[in-house]
Ligand binder design. Structure first.
Ligand SMILES: [Zn+2]
Ligand SMILES: [Zn+2]
Length: 313
């Protein structure tokens, strides 16, 4: 029987009272299961951190001594228990090391997706589907007007100009994916990366991901070469160069409102869009869908009389 209170939201985050642990908590707790290393899911300071190896390396780089007291590194498909809840990590396809968290208790399977995507991405593990009774899904882009174009089609837009490009992107996950895509689809481009991106790129390479060629940014190189360069920068740096001249400004995101003022609209997202969420539900075949992280109202009305959809937030 599905326990309606198996997962609830309090001010710290998603809490499982049957196992006394949190999923991606926003404040330090005793037992934290971390789906992936993005800052809004993985904070430092927990006593026990359960996560994949890649997630632990990213967290330790970002938070140093404050990353957490004890890391319990788990492989995908390796089951372990916290109190009497059995836990298994399943690839989520969102970024390297990202995991969906399968929780089994009282003969019922609850699957928390964290962030996930269905689009292929050579820089991370491909998402894996399984059957579960309850799907706890993020709804970042759960409105039917959001459909992410293929990343391959989007990246070819960079070939419409020869001018140097300043490309803004999140440091972790998105920028590695972009470097891979540019190497593959825009091979004439030389890729310069902001120094803050280098440590994460190193971790990707240590974990066996080959993103292709790139160099650390050097302003002399950029100045000496007026064409065919792309300079990859984190969002803060991108925004601080809003008046940069002699470069084409591009920011890679699935959010349309963040595309205003950019010279090329590069709609590359690492989240599921509307159709992906529907496909996910089709694959998982849940009896109930619980939503968080976004707005689940359109999903709820879409499934009226067909499937129970409830919002956790
Ligand atoms: Zn994320
Ligand atoms: Zn997120």
């Amino acid at each position: 029987m599905i326990l309606e209170d198996f997962i609830s939201i309090d001010k710290v985050g998603l809490y499982c009272k049957y196992g006394n642990f949190y999923l991606d908590p926003k404040e330090p707790v005793k037992d934290a299961i971390i789906s992936h290393a993005h800052g809004d899911h993985a904070i430092g300071g927990h006593a026990n951190v359960y996560c994949t190896q890649a997630t632990s390396l990213f967290m330790k780089h970002r938070y140093r001594k404050n990353a957490g007291e004890r890391f319990h590194i788990k492989s995908y498909q390796e089951s372990f228990s916290i109190n009497t809840v059995s836990i298994t990590f399943i690839p989520a396809g969102h970024m390297l090391g990202s995991a969906m968290i399968l929780m089994e208790y009282g003969g019922v399977k609850y699957l928390y997706t964290g962030d996930y995507k269905l689009q292929p991405d050579a820089t991370c593990e491909q998402i894996e589907f399984l059957k579960a009774d309850v799907l706890i899904t993020e709804t970042t882009f759960a409105d039917s007007s959001t459909q992410h174009p293929d990343a391959e089609v989007e990246i070819l837009k960079l070939n419409t100009t020869q001018n140097n490009i300043m490309l803004g992107a999140y440091v972790l996950g998105k920028s590695q994916r972009l470097i891979y895509l540019i190497n593959k689809y825009c091979p004439q481009r030389r890729i310069l990366v902001h120094f803050s991106m280098m440590p994460f790129l190193k971790i990707y390479e240590e974990l066996g991901i080959n993103v292709g060629k790139y160099e650390i940014y050097d302003r002399k190189v950029m100045k000496a070469n007026p064409t065919n360069m792309v300079y990859l920068v984190p969002p803060m740096v991108y925004n601080s160069y809003s008046r940069a001249v002699n470069v084409v400004r591009v920011f890679a995101t699935g959010w349309k409102h963040l595309q205003k003022g950019n010279d090329i609209q590069l709609l590359i997202s690492d989240h599921a869009d509307w159709n992906d969420i529907l496909k996910m539900i089709e694959e998982i075949q849940p009896q109930e869908v619980w939503t968080n992280h976004g707005d689940g109202r359109e999903l709820k009305s879409h499934f009226t009389y067909k499937l129970k959809v409830k919002s956790l937030n």
